[in-house]
Design a protein around this ligand. Sequence first.
Ligand code: ATR
Length: 311
Amino acid sequence: MWAAVEGTGTPGQDGSKGRNAMTITAETRLVGLFGYPVGHSLSPAMHNAAFAALGLNLRYVAFPVPPAHLADAVRALRALSFRGVNVTIPHKVAIVPLLDALDEEARAIGAVNTVIVEADGRLVGTNTDGRGYVRSLVEETGVDLAAQRVLILGAGGAARAVAVSLAKGGASRIAIANRTPEKAAELAAHLAPFADAWAVPPERLADAVREATLLINTTSVGMVPHADETPLPPEWLHDGLLVSDLVYRPLKTRLLREAEARGLVTHGGLGMLVHQGALAFERWTGRPAPVALMRDAALRALAAEKEGKEC
Ligand code: ATR
């Protein structure tokens, strides 16, 4: 683990003075994001606020890396003394063979969302998406995972990370429903070592919702600019169902609003974003992440984004 690098600026008591006082120096080290595109990422706002508040001489920069340049970008991590990077679409699987090692979580998920540049220059891949999701879900709802009958909507990368971490966190019954049923079957097979998992045939979706106690939307249905959409008819929602949505644009999706109107416990997607970032922050810095501050920074960035659109 790297020792924390202290910043040249002294953080003010409220953090804000420190943010202004922090200057880039010869000792400033970089972390960042490799994705394509990366323009809407909230991670720079979250991490830079955290570095400033803790007086760490680190900066987080989002790099749009086209797939053809991924190998060059990964090689540069070592050459340029990065602490690490987050990795997002479309690189989460493609980066795996470019790294020196994966930890157990990344191996189980089969994808990487965080790279740590170790002190000896080795590039280690981990995946904080699923653990970030589970942390946020348990913290915000107090749910007992072992007691749940889980239904996951979607079978893409996010579904895979969430499903693996739920299973490792104690969820033992996991159903998967997806628009493309073959991908649901593939994910169920992937989960077999960790949980009792099965694919729901599209015509049995209503029954699967009825049987579930925890419903998780991992698809992009309901995300802006299609915020009027929802993955399920509201009449399928029933008492005792905890409804979770990975979408955080908008913060409260139509699915969550309809679940709330029915009096159900809900869980939105921002917590997963914040906690996956917090877990990456802890790996890069060796410090506990200022989670509440990171959440505020993400919320402020979202609000600014919305204002910008409305102008
Ligand atoms: P991510 O990394 O965010 O999970 P992904 O791997 O592209 O992204 O997966 C997107 C998931 O959302 C998939 O399960 C996809 O369904 P298909 O496998 O059928 O493509 C699902 N999805 C996306 N748009 C959807 C829509 N309009 N209706 C239903 N499912 C949708």
